[in-house]
Design a protein around this ligand. Structure first.
Ligand SMILES: Nc1ncnc2c1ncn2[C@@H]1O[C@H](COP(=O)(O)OP(=O)(O)O)[C@@H](O)[C@H]1O
Ligand SMILES: [Mg+2]
Length: 247
């Protein structure tokens, strides 16, 4: 038997941490996630949630207010470790890891875009984008600055690099927040209502950037959204109801 081209020594799920790799490979796998809140009384907020996300896939997470989307995203983000079930991302099992290990994993492999951008207002656009890379310490500050300019170019904000971030419009700030989320070339970008605070035109701009990130850079997007157009344009909609995935 000819095994010259076999991949027997590089099993699926092995990861070198790069953004590359085949489209169609699961980059995130959530299995049987259950979560409870105990205040004001015990209730099960997430019920047996299982799903996978592939490399380069643009996923929209939808469902009525209160169904558990943010709670799920918070677990996927590794910020909340109080759940049952298991979470594997980029080939690494994250369930049971220490807070320090999770913080390191997040900074290198995950990017976040929230409804409110959380930019540091007194810092320049460029400084805001550079920050997670300076923290990671993988590149020199010269390289980080170059990379930050590349990411700003991707969101068409390169001409505003030396402006104070407080001086930008809401839509511009959100584009900078996306550039910041991309600075370490994360495998997965998560967003909770990333267009929730934007007008129609800016929402479309953000949507197009996400689509480009997924389809051209092969990065995975998981975005909670209330915007039906945003969801419809994604690759796959995951619909939740009452703590469960129903579609
Ligand atoms: N820290 C918390 N303690 C108790 N209940 C919570 C907490 N956070 C959220 N909830 C409740 O969990 C349910 C799901 O909330 P959430 O995940 O924020 O929903 P969604 O993002 O889909 O609107 C809601 O009933 C909400 O009131
Ligand atoms: Mg929410």
């Amino acid at each position: 038997m000819n095994t010259k081209n076999s991949n027997i020594n590089s099993p699926l799920g092995q990861s070198d941490g790069s953004v590359g790799g085949g489209v169609g490979m699961a980059v995130l796998s959530a299995s049987n996630i259950n979560k409870y809140f105990y205040e004001p009384e015990k209730f099960q907020v997430l019920k047996n949630i299982s799903f996978e996300a592939n490399r380069g896939e643009f996923l929209a997470l939808v469902g009525k207010s209160g169904c558990g989307k943010s709670t799920l995203l918070y677990i996927l983000s590794t910020m909340d470790t109080d759940y049952e079930g298991s979470l594997v991302m980029n080939g690494e099992r994250l369930t049971g890891r220490t807070q320090d290990q999770l913080a390191a994993f997040r900074n290198e492999h995950l990017g976040f875009v929230f409804q409110f951008h959380f930019l540091l207002p007194e810092f320049t656009v460029l400084q805001n984008v550079m920050l997670p890379a300076l923290k990671l310490g993988k590149y020199s500050s010269k390289e980080i600055e170059e990379r930050a300019y590349q990411k700003l170019k991707l969101v068409d904000m390169q001409d505003h690099a030396i402006k104070q971030s407080a001086k930008l419009s809401g839509g511009q700030q959100q584009r900078v927040a996306i550039a910041r989320a991309l600075i370490n070339d994360p495998a997965i970008i998560m967003g909770d209502e990333p267009t929730g605070n934007l007008d129609k035109k800016n929402s479309e701009v953000v949507f197009e950037i996400f689509k480009q990130i997924a389809h051209e850079n092969n990065q995975t997007i998981i975005a909670v959204t209330h915007d039906p157009d945003f969801a419809k344009g994604s690759d796959r909609i995951i619909e939740m109801s009452d703590g469960q995935i129903i579609n």
